[in-house]
Write a protein that binds this ligand. Structure first.
Ligand SMILES: [Zn+2]
Ligand SMILES: [Zn+2]
Length: 626
């Protein structure tokens, strides 16, 4: 057990703590210090990854545990987000045993594709502040990272000490910062250049410190790529098939930083080459890439390390749709396939429990699909269109007015024939109503005489088979006005006067037949409009037209009535079909999904009809998929 162990300061490198231990121990040799700390004198003094932590912690009487030392005093948290889970675990385990070499081998490429700093670095202001606060200066771990030339706390250019950062053969020396001769230290890089690029260097220092402090778990190379790809997509660097437009992107990336600083940071690449580090991060990534390069990507995307920390926190949260923006899949919109959709609502499919994303674009186009998205290609898939929106509708009318066939329109707008037919019907009706409205307005401004004449003529058209008296009774005010002001015209536009009929012919069956047909048609319309639906039967029609007796007893004298009744009366099956369609169309209007069991329940289908109706139900569900 150690008789004392110095406190570990904030942002202090473990190497620095051990150096201060040696300083205070009074040991004349480093070997004695190593034996004190690790029970062995064969290990080396390592700046970035001190191993043997299990023994060290035991010897401090568990004043610290290995996890704390790794998190707060090693450089592992800086690399960790970009390591694979396996390597992170392996490195953490190796740090507990005596195996710094194993750690460096495991970190391998991630540490070597950007070379490590040459010397331990320090900030003069930190030095002074730490002396005031703690009575001694110490090596900060945030100063020792690749690409870090400015102190993240003071934004001052760091100084190189003459203590090598990299592990030296047989080096067992621990140097405390307070023992360094400050006069022989120099700025860690070309001052003018660092000043010129201060903005970028400042960000790198800040982001690097964030990584050290954020304790993000390994993010997974594939998921990291997905995050970057979603930012690339926002900037138009992804094709609709999900490929990265590397030429365009690498040119833009290089333009953003400039050749010089990329070279300075060892992150340059040759444009048009196929295996640059950008390719390694953004294609199917298999090997870890230096954190500095990830930070350059973040900075380019105008993001900060929150991307990683938020990502890390939500790691275990199920996120079926991961992008920030989604393509609008409205073929009628100018921005078709562009990532302009920002509004996403996630619900659950009540039957399968799968997530359903509803994507809402400003152009009014709304589509949904079942998740989770498993690839970028999935982001271009429509499960169901929930709303077409005004742009789509306008385009539909435009194409129709151009004379395109419905088939051609359906190809152009990416929907099926029936949808085109249905929407054209609806839209053309609306257009017609608008025209009618404006016609009425015009009409109002014309003369009163015109108005009454037109009204009278329309009235006549609607009541072809009525007598003068009947027709007069129905429009008394119009009749009176015309009688007073426009008599000649009125007489020319009355039904022909009918001769008085003899008593035997008092009932004109032909006319009555026609009258009843009209009545029936009107009442059937009314019955069909009832909600919830009621079945159209002879007795219901009889009741509503008050012609029950005639319909029951005089059918042989009313051939037209008979024919109409045969057409309009519903069998039970026909009625069930109508109910099913009614329920399904209501659901569609309410933008709900049409489900078989719900239809069966809501239509109150008796078991013997379910089989019979299943085709109708399936058709409605299929209809629903458009
Ligand atoms: Zn500082
Ligand atoms: Zn849109």
């Amino acid at each position: 057990m150690l008789s004392f162990f110095p406190p570990c300061y904030e942002d202090e490198l473990l190497y620095s703590v051990l150096a201060r231990f040696h300083q205070r121990s009074g040991n004349s040799s480093f070997k004695s210090t190593l034996i004190d700390l690790f029970d062995t004198d064969t290990i080396l003094a390592v700046t970035d990854f001190t191993s043997g932590l299990d023994t060290l912690c035991r010897k401090t009487n568990m004043l610290y545990n290995a996890k704390e030392l790794i998190e707060n005093h090693s450089l592992l948290p800086y690399y960790r987000p970009f390591l694979t889970k396996e390597i992170n675990e392996k490195v953490s385990n190796l740090l507990c045993t005596y195996n710094s070499t194993g750690v460096h081998i495991s970190m391998g490429i991630i540490q070597t594709n950007v070379s490590l700093p040459q010397y331990l670095k320090f900030c003069v202001s930190c030095y002074e502040e730490d002396e005031t606060t703690f009575g001694e200066a110490y090596w900060h771990r945030s100063h020792q990272l690749p690409g870090v030339y400015l102190c993240p706390f003071h934004c001052e250019i760091l100084n190189n000490s003459y203590i090598p950062f990299k592990k030296q053969e047989h080096n067992q020396h621990y140097y405390a910062l307070s023992n360094i001769d400050l006069k022989s230290c120099e700025p860690c890089g070309p001052v003018d250049y660092i000043e010129k690029q201060r903005g970028i260097f400042k960000k790198i220092s800040e982001y690097s410190l964030n990584l050290l402090e954020s304790k993000v778990a390994p993010l997974g190379l594939r998921r990291l790529r997905e995050v970057y790809v979603s930012y690339l997509a926002e900037r138009g660097f992804i094709t609709s098939s999900g490929r990265v437009r590397f030429k365009k992107f690498s040119a833009s990336f290089k333009g953003f930083y400039g050749e010089e600083i990329l070279g300075f940071l060892q992150c340059n690449f040759t444009e048009y080459q196929e295996d640059t580090w950008l390719h390694k991060v953004l294609r199917k990534p298999r090997i870890s890439c230096n954190p500095l390069r990830h930070l350059l990507l973040l900075l380019y995307f105008n993001q900060d390390t929150k991307v990683y920390t938020n990502f890390g926190c939500e790691k275990n949260k199920y996120k079926p749709f991961q992008s920030v923006t989604y393509p609008c899949l409205n073929k009628a919109a100018d921005h078709y396939m562009e990532r302009v959709v920002k509004e996403l609502k996630i619900s659950r499919d009540s039957e399968t429990g799968k997530p359903v994303g509803t994507f809402i674009c400003n152009c009014g186009f709304i589509y949904s699909r079942k998740g989770p998205d498993n690839s970028l290609e999935d982001e271009f898939r429509i499960g169901r269109i929930k709303n077409f929106g005004h742009i789509w509708e306008r385009k539909l009318l435009e194409l129709s007015n151009k004379g395109l066939s419905r088939r051609e329109i359906s190809a152009e707008l990416g929907v099926d024939y029936n949808t085109v037919k249905k929407y054209l019907h609806i839209l053309e009706n609306i257009e017609q109503e608008k025209l009618d409205d404006s016609a009425i307005k015009e009409f109002n401004s014309s003369s009163i005489q015109e108005k009454y004449r037109t009204e009278w003529l329309n009235h006549m058209k609607l009541n072809l088979n009525q007598t003068r008296t009947e027709i007069r009774k129905r429009k008394p005010s119009v009749y009176m006005w015309l009688y007073r002001h426009d008599k000649d015209w009125l007489y020319k536009n009355l039904p022909p006067a009918i001769n008085k009929v003899g008593p035997n012919n008092r009932v004109n069956w032909q006319r009555r037949d026609l009258e009843i047909v009209k009545l029936i048609e009107r009442e059937v319309d009314n019955i069909l409009a009832i909600d919830p639906p009621e079945r159209v039967t002879i007795s219901k029609i009889g009741q509503r037209t008050q012609k029950s007796a005639l319909l029951e007893k005089k059918m042989e004298r009313l051939p037209k009535t008979k024919k109409v009744l045969e057409e309009v009366v519903e069998s039970i099956e026909e009625f069930q079909i109508r109910r099913i369609r009614n329920i399904a169309s209501k659901k569609r209007e309410a933008r709900e999904e049409v489900k078989e069991w719900e239809i069966i329940r809501e239509a109150g289908l008796r078991p013997e009809y379910i089989g019979l109706m299943s085709e109708t139900i399936q058709n409605e569900i299929k209809f629903d998929l458009y």
